[in-house]
Design a protein around this ligand. Structure first.
Ligand code: F0G
Length: 463
């Protein structure tokens, strides 16, 4: 029975969530299981990353049709958990008691066609799964609802993250909704104002450290050893579980027809790991029978995974000093690189890197399709163009770009782009000439009808 008032009964919410998915944390390197991970979510035996495993899935296969039906039906329910595009897939997530769950109705993000970008890239079927349409404007919300709920269930008063901006915005929101305090460590001067202002408004204690993201991460790793704060970066395996749901939802939106390619931006490499895990699990459970090729795109100036794959097949990652205007992915020492390498190898995807100018152009092109995204998301289209040229992506194949953040996250980048200021005085000035066709600077006019009409006529003969 559905409640008329979705907020009336927390008890009902908990009852609805009576299922239990047996899960355990397991080391990705040595396979040791760990019931009580330390504050850094590192394996107590070998120090590598942990991931969520579901041992029951090895011996029993679910009623796939019933699962798909249940996930669809929940979209019509008024219960908060069902309305969440993460928790409606709860059969594939670790169990969290309903009363601990913090949801801001994340997920349920749109899948858009990108016809203009498709023509530019040279493919017939180009889609964008827009994770920037989440409550705080980025894909982080899907992981945050799970990991922040676990923090609350475990009784933490404080949660914390190092961030290039989106994680901090999301964490601060979920902490506030869940009655917890939040500590944000961000690189000073390297986080867009949109994201910084979100963290402030949602009430985080926001510390701008005089270092980069990798430096913030190093400091936070020590802080969580000393203080009872719960780490909400994507080394937290619960974050990865929530972020998986974007792939499940994508498959639902495609009527379970697997696309040929999924293209993801790569920063700390949690998201590519999560999406890959989802596709592998869906295949294991019989929800899909093949995998898409999952390709990861990095900015040239923040390309440690690209280097690792090209130089040693992904066996060793050498950190780089990261620099890119796509500040969300300005990361030189990505925590989840081993998980991402596994995804590339299992799915047969590629790594590619794109220049600053290529990122700016692709962002404007996605904008001109009426969708828009933040710079880090646009590496997907820039990367696709290269993968088409290399014939890794064929023109008749279906391609899904994962757009990770909303256009309004970084308006300064967009304004500088359209005013022609983005590359002024930099070494990219010459290359940036190709941007002219996409630049639409705001026009200052006298406040007269004639001036406006003249301007209109300049752009097109409308008589
Ligand atoms: N796109 C956006 C908009 C991001 O904010 C991030 C990461 C990525 C892509 C890369 O995802 O790290 O999972 O490979 N942002 C993090 C943050 C690091 O702190 O907000 P990833």
């Amino acid at each position: 029975m559905e409640s008329k008032d979705p907020y009336k009964s927390k008890r009902l919410m908990a009852q609805q969530y009576a299922h239990s998915t047996a899960s355990q944390l397991r080391c990705i390197a040595c396979g040791a299981t760990d019931d009580k991970p330390g504050p850094n979510f590192r394996c107590s035996v070998c120090g590598d990353l942990l991931e969520m495993a579901y041992p029951g899935w090895d011996s029993s296969s679910p009623d796939v049709a019933a699962l798909k039906r249940a996930w669809q039906q929940r979209r019509t329910s008024h219960l908060p958990l069902d309305q969440s595009g993460v928790w409606r897939f709860r059969e594939l997530l670790p169990t969290v008691p309903g009363k601990s769950i913090i949801t801001v109705r994340e997920g349920n993000t749109p899948l858009y066609g990108l016809p203009r970008c498709a023509r530019i890239a040279g493919v017939e079927h180009l889609l964008a799964k827009h994770q920037g349409m989440n409550p705080t404007g980025s894909f982080k919300d899907t992981g945050m609802t799970v990991a922040a709920s676990v923090a609350r269930q475990q009784g933490f008063r404080w949660v914390a993250c190092a961030s290039t901006g989106n994680t901090s915005a999301s964490m601060a929101a979920y902490a506030a909704r869940g009655g917890m305090r939040s500590l944000v460590l961000i690189p000073e001067g390297k986080v867009s104002w949109g994201k910084l202002s979100q963290a402030l408004d949602y009430g985080a204690v926001t510390c701008q450290l005089k270092t980069d993201f990798d430096g913030c991460m190093r400091v936070l790793n020590e802080v969580v050893q000393r203080m009872p704060v719960y780490l909400l970066n994507s080394v937290n395996p619960y974050r990865i579980e929530g972020q998986k749901t974007a792939a499940i939802e994508l498959m639902e939106q495609l009527d379970w027809n697997v696309p040929d390619h999924v293209i993801v931006p790569g920063g700390n490499l949690g998201n590519s790991s999560a999406l890959g895990k989802a596709f592998l699990e869906m295949q294991q459970l019989g929800l899909i029978s093949t995998l898409p090729k999952i390709s990861i795109i990095q900015a040239e100036g923040a390309n440690p995974l690209v280097r690792a794959m090209r130089e040693n097949g992904g066996r060793k990652l050498v950190p780089v000093q990261a620099e890119t205007a796509a500040s969300a992915i300005r990361i030189g020492n990505p925590a989840s690189w081993k998980k991402a390498v596994r995804v590339l190898q299992a799915s047969g995807g590629m790594v590619e890197q794109v220049s600053e100018v290529e990122i700016a152009l692709a962002k404007a092109e996605i904008g001109a399709d009426g969708i828009g995204c933040e710079p880090a998301s646009a590496v997907t289209l820039a990367g696709l163009k290269k993968l088409v040229k290399q014939r890794f992506v064929k023109s008749n194949e279906t391609v899904v770009l994962i757009l990770t953040g909303h256009l309004l996250k970084d308006p300064e980048f967009t304004l500088k782009f359209h005013r022609g200021d983005l590359f002024a005085g930099t070494s990219h000035e010459d290359e940036a000439k190709i941007l002219a066709a996409e630049q639409r600077a705001p026009i200052v006019l006298d406040a007269t009808v004639d001036a406006v009409v003249r301007e209109l006529q300049k752009h097109e003969d409308l008589r």
